[in-house]
Design a protein around this ligand. Structure first.
Ligand code: HEM
Length: 273
């Protein structure tokens, strides 16, 4: 049989080059539903898809943090911009889970046991990069050495926000020394001096580059808030005020988590411009 020169190649000695690069065979065989409910597959795959997006977003934010450290603002902004497109795709992937009735969710909920997204290590990496550090969030991962070591490392590294504040300080902005020297392993707490810096930035007094950074971080903060709210609403639809599989009070606990602003002074500064 003669080969049509315009058709794709069919014959490979081993696995396809696509497989070698994408590992689609591995990726598409990682779905092991625990119930007989046909709806569980969408729940499982949506969760896996979100884990993959978390992974890319962590990569972008780590890139942005290291570019800021090197005073490469363009490199940092490029990574932050990519992350916002990825976050839009992440947030759009709530759709398959946004319309569950309690009965539909119940049909596989018991199979999840104590499993909960609360135990997502990659989500914790995202939070740590946002400055939402907490040593106790490492505890669930003691049994997974690689993940635990990655989180431990991230706990002690500057967050994306820390790097942004250091970048502003190097450009002569009056970021308080106590903030610059803060204990990196603890949650970033809002600071009046940092708020004053962002007020200057938003008044245009710190130059156009600082304003671009402020807006890129605001975009990230808003999209994180949107993810948390979409999660909250999906949860309320699927299970009302029941307790979570992870042992929390459920929706009321998630409400408190979603109410905490990401990069707090970027929001409060706006009242003073
Ligand atoms: C309808 C589906 C879902 C419901 C009903 C739900 C419910 C909950 C509840 C009640 C919690 C609080 C902790 C607990 O007690 O379990 C939680 C936490 C969490 N869930 Fe979901 N969830 C859903 C889908 C997802 C998906 C698809 C992801 C993606 C990975 C996810 C990621 C998370 C994360 C990261 C947390 C921890 C939030 C934090 O620490 O602030 N959830 N979820």
């Amino acid at each position: 049989m003669s080969h049509d020169p315009h058709a794709p190649v069919l014959d490979f000695a081993g696995t396809t080059p696509y497989e070698d690069y994408v590992h689609a065979d591995v990726l598409t065989h990682l779905q092991h539903p625990l119930s007989d409910d046909p709806g569980e597959m969408a729940f499982l795959v949506t969760t896996q898809v979100m884990e993959l997006w978390f992974t890319v977003i962590v990569h972008e934010w780590q890139t942005a943090a290291s570019r800021l450290r090197d005073d490469d603002l363009d490199g940092a902004l490029a990574a932050l911009t990519r992350s916002t497109y990825e976050m839009a795709a992440l947030n759009a992937s709530w759709e398959p889970l946004a319309h569950l009735t309690p009965a539909q969710f119940n049909s596989y909920r018991a199979a999840l046991g104590e499993g909960s997204g609360f135990q997502s290590a990659m989500y914790r990496q995202m939070e740590f990069l946002l400055g939402e550090k907490s040593a106790s969030m490492l505890v669930p991962h003691r049994g997974t050495p690689r993940v635990h070591a990655e989180l431990e490392k991230a706990l002690h590294e500057p967050s994306l926000y820390d790097e942004a504040l250091h970048w502003l300080a190097r450009r002569g902005e009056a970021v308080p020394k106590a903030v610059l020297d803060r204990d990196l392993s603890t949650r970033y707490e809002p600071d009046a001096g940092v708020e004053a810096v962002w007020v200057r930035v938003y008044e245009g007094a710190a130059g156009p580059e600082a304003l671009r950074l402020g807006e890129a971080l605001t975009e990230v903060a808003e999209l994180v808030w949107r993810w948390r709210n979409d999660h909250l609403v999906a949860t309320r639809r699927a299970m009302g005020a029941k307790t979570g599989t992870g042992g929390s009070a459920g929706v009321s606990w998630l409400e408190k988590r979603a109410a905490k602003p990401v990069f707090p002074e970027l929001w409060t500064a706006r009242s003073h411009v």
